[in-house]
Design a protein around this ligand. Sequence first.
Ligand SMILES: NC(=O)c1ccc[n+]([C@@H]2O[C@H](COP(=O)([O-])OP(=O)(O)OC[C@H]3O[C@@H](n4cnc5c(N)ncnc54)[C@H](OP(=O)(O)O)[C@@H]3O)[C@@H](O)[C@H]2O)c1
Length: 306
Amino acid sequence: MKAITVTDQAAGLDGMTLADRPYPHAAENDVIVRVHAAGFTPGELDWPATWTDRAGRDRTPSVPGHELSGVVTGLGYGTTGLTLGQRVAGLTDWARDGSLAEFTAVEARNLTPLPADIDHPVAAALPISGLTAWQALFEHGRLQAGQTVLVHGAAGGVGSLAVQLAQQAGASVIGTGRARDRDDVLGLGADSFIDLQADRLDEAGEVDVVLDIFGGEILERSARLVRAGGTLVTIAGPTEIRPGDGRTVFFVVEPDRARLAELVRQVREGRLHVRLGSVHPLEEAPAAFTSGRRGPGKTIIAVADR
Ligand SMILES: NC(=O)c1ccc[n+]([C@@H]2O[C@H](COP(=O)([O-])OP(=O)(O)OC[C@H]3O[C@@H](n4cnc5c(N)ncnc54)[C@H](OP(=O)(O)O)[C@@H]3O)[C@@H](O)[C@H]2O)c1
């Protein structure tokens, strides 16, 4: 089968190529998915799990990309809950071959059934951003109706979904981003918008929860806005920075079949809008990975015929 591979950590993106790889093996509780659409995270070549398995052993050549939408074509021993021919979407393991391939092996519990009326590219753009936004706001941030949340990068993959989910939950939402994102972010349901280049961040006032995607100086300034007992949630990386009288949580998104199913339902009912960016064929994945400015929305690789 065809897959995008990386072989050499030092070479990074320069070593990314379209290659022939063996058809994947379905381990216990795995399914094999014929990938129709796949997503990737621009920074994933910096993750140790891209290069080694969970025991730290070299696993190159490895296949990047960790979110997908596709159709089940094989079942491992003991797999339950999914059937052959079923449409599915979800996350692949960080430390195994991923989704930039014609076929991939995934633990069934990391996938959720996908209704026929959601296109594969839209579904492939949802798992990481949607679950990250949900887990940040409600599991780690404990956001509740009536509270205020500051969502950084509110026009981006995680931010745009976080704005919508927080607004639906009855929170007041302040989004941040670039000047050109203002109307989009307000259109998604934010109550106000801060242009990080032109406005002052402390115009946000006191907030109950911050969802940070940047780290660094913006995270540091955001910590000062967190009300007593509030939470600074960051997905940028581990940090020592704490609000004066509150918590900081850094986390990495975890698969959650039930929650992903709920997000899929919201998309299907038109209550959640996924910002889909450009869609490229598999052979263009290295170029899509390398292009610095990707434009608004999630870049998706269309692998099989739609
Ligand atoms: N820990 C986890 O589990 C986890 C999960 C998902 C994502 N992440 C990480 O979280 C980050 C965000 O992911 P994402 O998918 O939401 O990315 P994204 O779609 O690129 O969104 C980032 C948003 O922030 C904006 N932005 C970037 N730099 C800015 C600046 N200096 N001033 C104002 N706006 C700025 C971007 O605008 P432009 O596009 O115009 O630059 C974009 O709208 C990434 O680093 C990703 O790796 C972590």
